[in-house]
Design a protein around this ligand. Structure first.
Ligand SMILES: Nc1ncnc2c1ncn2[C@@H]1O[C@H](COP(=O)(O)OP(=O)(O)OP(=O)(O)O)[C@@H](O)[C@H]1O
Ligand SMILES: Nc1ccn([C@@H]2O[C@H](COP(=O)(O)O)[C@@H](O)[C@H]2O)c(=O)n1
Length: 208
């Protein structure tokens, strides 16, 4: 079984993807980390974010097992990831890697922006997870503060909205809900309620 989860920044798709993978005995890939890893490597080596050939070369050497979420979660890396994510050739390279992961038994949960539309268009079930920008900014601000990092609600909200705009307006593989995806709006749901709703959607699709 392949579960495709897409949605805007800080919508809770990663939290749901991890828990669904545990629940259904599947592997999990946060595809955002692949874009973040490429961006982080370019930044660390002082290389330009817009050079497609260089970005592809970095992606060719990417080892999924070595991606460190704690390091890659940094705000500036998310911003840089969204800038390299407009490069079509880089996306092709990363999509191939993500598809290989998805197709390895026993199946997987992938979360990102183009999983249901491009990476796994034949996924067994597709979810598009969203929440209002204000709820997402509040959750992300609380998350950063709880990790002892500086965070300001207004700037987190502005950053999320700018990233969503870039991700949904780019020409190649823009973020959008697949026609056959189920929309899950968690604005008024806590994590447990959202998880139970997601389990129900996946179970229904699996048993259909
Ligand atoms: N339904 C919910 N209610 C309250 N908080 C939530 C809910 N879902 C997720 N969160 C919290 O919101 C924050 C963002 O969630 P998460 O990291 O899963 O989002 P994401 O969509 O994967 O983000 P990104 O796009 O940055 O990868 C986390 O702190 C998470 O614990
Ligand atoms: N399938 C995907 C996943 C991510 N991106 C881009 O990477 C940025 C960081 O992703 P996070 O999920 O870690 O926030 C994101 O803003 C996208 O630009 C993508 O294009 N496709």
């Amino acid at each position: 079984m392949i579960i495709a989860i897409d949605g805007p920044a800080a919508s809770g798709k990663g939290t749901l993807a991890r828990r669904l993978a545990d629940h259904f005995g599947l592997r999990h890939l946060d595809t955002g980390l692949t874009y973040r890893a490429v961006a982080a490597s370019l930044l660390a080596n002082g290389l330009p974010l817009g050079d497609e050939a260089v970005a592809i070369e970095v992606a060719r050497h990417l080892d999924l097992a070595q991606m460190d979420k704690t390091v890659l979660a940094a705000h500036e890396i998310g911003e840089a990831a969204s800038r390299v994510a407009v490069l079509g050739g880089l996306r092709e390279e990363l999509v191939n890697l993500q598809r290989r992961f998805a197709q390895t038994p026993p199946g997987a949960v992938l979360d990102g922006r183009d999983i249901g539309t491009v990476v796994c268009p034949d996924a067994s079930v597709k979810l598009f997870v969203t929440a209002s920008p204000e709820a997402r900014a509040r959750r992300r601000t609380e998350e950063l503060l709880s990790k002892g990092q500086e965070a300001n609600y207004a700037s987190v909200l502005a950053d999320l909205m700018r990233r969503d705009e870039r991700d949904s307006q780019r020409t190649v593989a823009p973020m959008k809900q697949a026609d056959d995806a189920v929309l899950l709006d968690t604005t008024e749901m806590d994590i447990e309620t959202a998880f139970q709703a997601a389990v129900e959607i996946v179970s229904r699709a699996r048993d259909a």
